[in-house]
Write a protein that binds this ligand. Structure first.
Ligand code: XMP
Ligand code: MG
Length: 183
């Protein structure tokens, strides 16, 4: 982590930049093996997945297209309700496409399960999910996530695309926000 003031806002670094990049390379090798010879459409979920998308896409030796969706969950902001509103839809048609959703983090899994159903209803050849992080609650609902980077404890994390009130997305590491930052 670079030595700036924001470092003091974290209580600990959970995953270092080097660990993130090693994991993304590992995921990319699996994805290349599974999708050899196919044209893949990567669908990134804004804004958190921007960093994962940028690094994963460059690591993949496959022909890929990239598209983006922005969604927001209705209801209170700290817990996902599972009812999702599309803020920005895809530019691409999904009919017959091979789709891989790229996500930063799966917490309750409600957002992702809505997104999977939504994208699958558009007639793609397949839709799978690659998420860099997964929290323990995600295991409690039936969710088919083919590629997971790290299973992490149930703590609020920031960095590498993940924010608290739109800050910290530019940190290179992923860390736990110190409790005093929430006040
Ligand atoms: P669900 O619960 O539907 O929601 O899986 C996933 C979304 O919730 C946000 N989220 C977080 N964002 N640090 C963050 O910066 C976290 O620890 C965290 N946990 C959940 C995130 O937007 C994710 O897409
Ligand atoms: Mg997200």
């Amino acid at each position: 982590m670079d030595s700036r003031d924001v470092e003091a806002d974290l209580s600990k670094v959970l995953i270092t930049e080097a660990e993130i990049h090693a994991k993304i390379a590992e995921l990319a090798r699996r994805i290349e093996a599974d999708y050899a010879g196919q044209d893949l459409l990567l669908v990134g979920v804004l804004k958190g997945a921007v960093m994962v998308m940028a690094d994963l896409a460059r690591e993949l030796h496959l022909p890929v297209s990239m598209d983006w969706m922005a969604v927001s969950s209705y209801g209170n902001s700290t817990q996902s309700s599972g009812v999702v509103r599309i803020l920005k839809d895809l530019d691409s048609e999904l009919e017959g496409r091979t789709v891989l959703i790229v996500e930063d983090i799966i917490d309750s899994g409600l957002t992702l399960s809505w997104l999977l159903a939504n994208l699958r209803s558009r007639g793609p050849a397949s839709v799978e999910v690659c998420a860099l992080l997964r929290k323990p609650d995600a295991a409690t609902i039936q969710l088919d996530v083919r590629y997971v980077g790290f299973d992490i404890p149930n703590e609020f994390v920031v960095g590498y695309g993940l924010d608290y009130a739109e800050k910290y997305r530019n940190l290179k590491d992923i860390g736990v926000l110190a409790p005093h930052m929430y006040s």
